[in-house]
Design a protein around this ligand. Structure first.
Ligand SMILES: [Fe+2]
Length: 286
């Protein structure tokens, strides 16, 4: 048959994959086509809405640059990113939870000595981070790598700043023989995801705010272990209960202990108040 009614079209499209030799691809496309057709039937998608969707996705693509990934933002704000992470990286046996990578990772941050200051020239209240990287059985991991990035104390990432400012608040730190790491950065502040593109328009139409609670990103990796991409969230930050990308996990919400001016953990004499954060990461053996 060459002509299809509103139900028969789905089976017809699926039948065209008869010659598909990739079983997994066929499974994924079968489900995608089935759900997409069901969705179109369920909402009775109009011509104008179909064209609006085409224009929206075109706009999302055109907004992507080498410094901006609007499709990841779309995935993040629709909860798809965290769903994929939760399915593929469940924390179990005491390993550290994973969360979204977000759009601001920049590969190739400088490797700095343990204890280094990542935030030289970066706005924000100073914070000293320390802890250990452990195997899930509690064994400290020497030479584990933390690839760290965050916005500044006003919630702005280097990639968003005017002009080419280079890397700010980024660095890679390796654990010492006892699995310990330490570095100085800032206390991260809440910030909006970019709202000047198609995803921003979508959020406004949905009646949603674009804010993410204060957090610092890290990828933690070590030989013989599964790497994790995660955040530490500042306990008490605004929007901790309504993260625009659904990335908060209780186990990653971390107190920032405030201290008066004085001697900091690295011996620096601090003229202003500063924070300390202590967090141990636990990695599953590969
Ligand atoms: Fe972020």
């Amino acid at each position: 048959m060459r002509e299809f009614d509103e139900q028969g079209i789905t089976a017809a499209v699926l039948a065209r994959m008869d010659q598909c030799g990739d079983a997994r691809f066929r499974q994924v496309m079968t489900s995608l086509i089935t759900h997409l057709h069901d969705f179109v039937r369920e909402v009775k998608l109009t011509d104008a809405e179909w064209m609006g969707a085409i224009q929206f996705l075109t706009g999302v693509g055109k907004t992507c640059t080498d410094k901006r990934q609007e499709f990841i933002l779309l995935s993040d704000t629709l909860g798809v990113s965290i769903l994929v992470i939760t399915l593929n990286h469940p924390a179990s046996g005491g390993t550290t939870d994973s969360t979204v990578q977000g759009p601001y990772y920049w590969e190739g941050a400088p490797e700095l000595p343990n204890g280094a200051n990542l935030a030289i020239g970066v706005k924000g209240e100073p914070a000293f981070y320390s802890g250990r990287v452990l195997s899930s059985d509690g064994t400290p991991i020497a030479g584990a790598l933390l690839d760290i990035w965050s916005g500044d104390g006003e919630g702005t990432y280097d990639l968003q700043m005017e002009g080419d400012v280079g890397m700010k608040a980024r660095g890679r730190i390796r654990t010492d023989a006892e699995g310990r790491y330490a570095f100085r950065s800032i206390k991260p502040e809440y910030y909006p995801v970019p709202t000047d593109g198609p995803v921003g328009i979508m959020l406004r139409r949905m009646g949603r705010h674009p804010m993410r609670p204060g957090h610092i990103h890290m990828m933690v990796s070590a030989p013989g272990h599964q790497a994790i991409t995660t955040h530490l969230f500042a306990a008490g930050s605004e929007y901790i209960d309504s993260d625009a990308v659904f990335g908060v996990k209780e186990s990653l919400v971390t107190p920032y202990a405030k201290h008066p001016p004085g001697a900091a953990p690295d011996g620096t004499r601090m003229e202003t108040a500063y924070y300390t954060v202590n967090y141990d990461f636990r990695l599953r053996r590969a």
